[in-house]
Write a protein that binds this ligand. Sequence first.
Ligand code: PGA
Length: 266
Amino acid sequence: MSESRPTIVAANWKMYKTPAEVAPWFDALERALPRARRERAPSLRLVFFPAFPLLPAAARALEGRDGLELGAQDCHWEAEGAFTGEVSLPMIAAAGARWVLVGHSERRQHFGETEETCARKLRAVLDHGLSPMLCVGETLGEREAGKAKTVVLRQLTRAADGLDRDGYRRLAVAYEPVWAIGTGHTALPDDAQEMHAAVREALAAIATLDLAREIPVLYGGSVKPDNAAELFARPDVDGALVGGASLDAESFAAIAEAGVGVSDES
Ligand code: PGA
């Protein structure tokens, strides 16, 4: 983390939970990480990415809870149209979400998401006044072939080149090595730091150095309560996108607590 950027700890619930499970989860989070504790770290932001049908229940649960923000896991780039099964950005915004994940590796791997569709989605998210969290990451084969940086920086620049100043100000990036997602294998903090620094350098090249310094770059891939603090201590790791460990409110709270630990201002 750094003093000029927020620390963001985000929960990606993927295709888990039903609307009835949402309010109890947030109540458990409040007990495990009370507001007074969160307020010690005003630069810590907690973001929740539930499945689409859970958004209204999550928006209700977040009412009056400062510092907690809502996001959707995907979107279509068109505002409306004959796209059966898709969800538009006006629908997402109306449901109370302010963030949208773009290019999660599970969408790239299983649902044909391409660099081209990621670029379109990212621009559409910005055009609708929302904030994109762009996910990038290499596969194990790509890492073993020594291509990790090439792949990650290509995904980044294809999706995020040519935005305006305001666009870069709303962007967050999540570096999620595919081999670390849901596998229990986390990148070593030094390896994560190296990639995050490379991402920031690439952001400086496509935007400006000042903007690149402001853009949060999160790490994702088997982040757990026992490895979060060490990751967050690295200078270019600005938080985490948490999948499996976010399903349980206590374990998510423990990861967020590591974020309080690095952001605590008093
Ligand atoms: P994981 O998922 O924490 O279960 O590895 C992270 C993600 O896919 O965003």
